[in-house]
Design a protein around this ligand. Structure first.
Ligand code: AHN
Ligand code: ZN
Length: 340
């Protein structure tokens, strides 16, 4: 066989890979058809966990609410998980402020090789820069913060009730996500030092300093703004590009469970959220379940970074759907990894 023919055949073989991710040619094992036996997800409990966080008041960096919420989260994590990692570090905000940060990782079945990473940020925005009044005051962030954490706490409670045998799960409560620069802050913040990569400081830190050396997960799911009434979750671009197969899995599970209208197949613009750094730095294929709103220029819902992000916009049905989709995806993977 000539050198050119063998190169040609090699190229043909590379291009014919039919089980790989379109975006980066990672080989994805074909999913088995399995019977999925997921524990119950209690939406009342998830709603209560949302309320409980909001009751601390704003949980913005260096605030009393932040400190108290950290203690509560660590205690909850220790109640539910097998092992809890608390990663404390100082981050630096775009205005030079030292941000005392705490990433919390609650691990289930910590020795399992096949793992899923479930993430949500727990800190809240120190400003209401998208609002018309009290723009310099921190927001309660019932959806943009509390909702994702609440769903994951309820998932953690379910994981404790029905132990995983074949896979492990790491529930990651990410700090310092929402202390990022926006041009809307121009009249609120004086010192603007460095606006580059100013959101998602906790996930950036973790991606560079994994809580256990060499930590790997097969895939990740990030929850962001998963609590609002009539929320729609589209196929967000950063997720589609880096973790298309995970997005296919999660969105098809949502449809299977009857949530096809909430989990829309519409492709929407890429977002710089925690998953951007988890994909880019830690190289764990991770999707974002994040509310998209077609009626705004930003694509974020009208309550976003305003004082309207409070308990009045929270709907148990949204928390319920997201929680059930996440739990189903976890126990589906558990069933796929049964030792033959
Ligand atoms: C930016 O606003 C650049 N990214 C969205 C990340 C975010 C903020 N998610 C919730 N709050
Ligand atoms: Zn935010």
């Amino acid at each position: 066989m000539s050198k050119y023919l063998s190169i040609f055949l090699l190229l043909l073989w590379f291009n014919s890979c039919n089980q790989c991710n379109k975006s980066n040619d990672v080989v994805v094992p074909p999913a088995k058809e399995v019977v999925v036996n997921a524990p119950a997800f209690n939406a009342d409990s998830a709603y209560y966990f949302t309320q409980r966080q909001v009751d601390f008041g704003p949980r913005n960096m260096n605030s009393k609410g932040h400190e108290e919420c950290a203690k509560w989260l660590i205690e909850k994590a220790k109640n539910y998980a097998d092992t809890v990692f608390v990663q404390q570090f100082d981050a630096t905000g775009f205005d030079g402020t030292k941000l005392k940060s705490t990433n919390i990782i609650a691990s289930f079945n910590p020795t399992a090789a096949n793992r899923i990473l479930l993430c949500a940020h727990w800190d809240t925005r120190p400003w209401a820069d998208q609002d018309t009044k009290d723009r310099d005051k921190p927001i309660l962030a019932a959806s943009d913060g509390a909702s994702g954490v609440a769903v994951l706490l309820e998932v953690a409670r379910a994981l404790q009730s029905q132990k995983l045998q074949n896979i492990g799960v790491d529930v990651f409560f990410i700090d310092a996500e929402d202390y990022g620069y926006s041009s809307a802050l121009a009249d609120i913040v004086k010192n603007v030092v460095n606006t580059e990569n100013s959101f998602c400081l906790g996930s950036q830190y973790w991606s560079k300093h994994l809580h256990t050396p060499g930590y790997r997960a097969d895939f990740g799911i990030l929850l962001d703004m998963v609590g609002a009434r009539n929320a729609v979750f589209t196929r967000e671009g950063t997720s589609a590009f880096n973790a298309g197969w995970v997005q296919d899995k999660v969105w098809s599970n949502a449809a299977k469970l009857g949530y096809a209208s909430m989990f829309s197949n519409q492709n929407t613009a890429p977002i710089t959220d925690d998953h951007y750094y988890i994909n880019g730095i830690a190289k764990i294929p991770t999707v974002d379940i994040i509310q998209f709103d077609a009626s705004t220029a930003s694509g974020f819902a009208p309550y976003w970074h305003t004082h309207n992000d409070n308990m009045s916009i929270i709907d148990k049905n949204t928390l319920d759907a997201v929680g059930k989709v996440v739990l189903y995806t976890v126990y589906q993977y558990e069933a796929e990894k049964v030792v033959q």
